[in-house]
Design a protein around this ligand. Sequence first.
Ligand code: HEC
Ligand code: HEC
Length: 178
Amino acid sequence: MKKGLQNILLSATAALVLAACNLSTAQNSAVEDTQIGLRNVELKDEANVKNPLITWKGDLPGSNEVFERSYENAPPLIPHSLDGLLPITLESNACLTCHTIEVAKEMGTIPAPQSHYMYLSTGKKTKEINTERFNCVQCHVPQANAEPLVKNNFKADFRNTESNRTSNLVDVLNQGIK
Ligand code: HEC
Ligand code: HEC
């Protein structure tokens, strides 16, 4: 046999042996289904699932501490309680009574930003909050006293001092493109 071919065959055999070893260690350390996910019960068990105790922080709108944004241009958490404001339906969206550009000043709230008054895919502006943003709680969730279920070392970096409290997505969206 030629030397080159011999070498190739040898390394192919070595690779096979290695793969077999990997397989057997994988089998030995098989993950139990109680270890998958964050519920810590068997996957098919629906009876013993316990949700972690969460204290929602919010009181009536107008009386709450506002958390810093999770990262620049993250959807802000809702600082107030949602009592009486849900569900959002086609006919009734209580969020609009306080957060549209027209009423925000009068209601003492931050209005929904420009990104909610345009279709980001086309840049087409809309007079009212557009349909893509209608279901506010799809992106905005209430503040809670809850420990992260998984340790996370992420620390947000804000490029300027206001961006931990306000958003400017539309202004920065095309940065580096134009
Ligand atoms: C009665 C008026 C009112 C209604 C209705 C209302 N909000 Fe608010 N919202 C406020 C006020 C006032 C604040 C300022 C924080 C506070 O004091 O609670 C606020 C703050 C917020 C913020 C935080 C903005 C920031 O600067 O971080 C978000 C997000 C928000 N509201 C979302 C919603 C959503 C979603 C709904 C509908 C489910 C809603 N709000 C309904 C009055 C209202
Ligand atoms: C598809 C996700 C999504 C939906 C739906 C959505 N938002 Fe937002 N919202 C965001 C994001 C992301 C930001 C921050 C970046 C930005 O400026 O767009 C934001 C920012 C905001 C802010 C802060 C504005 C500021 O100047 O800092 C308010 C208030 C707000 N949204 C209210 C609402 C209300 C009220 C609705 C429902 C009518 C809504 N949002 C629906 C994603 C969403």
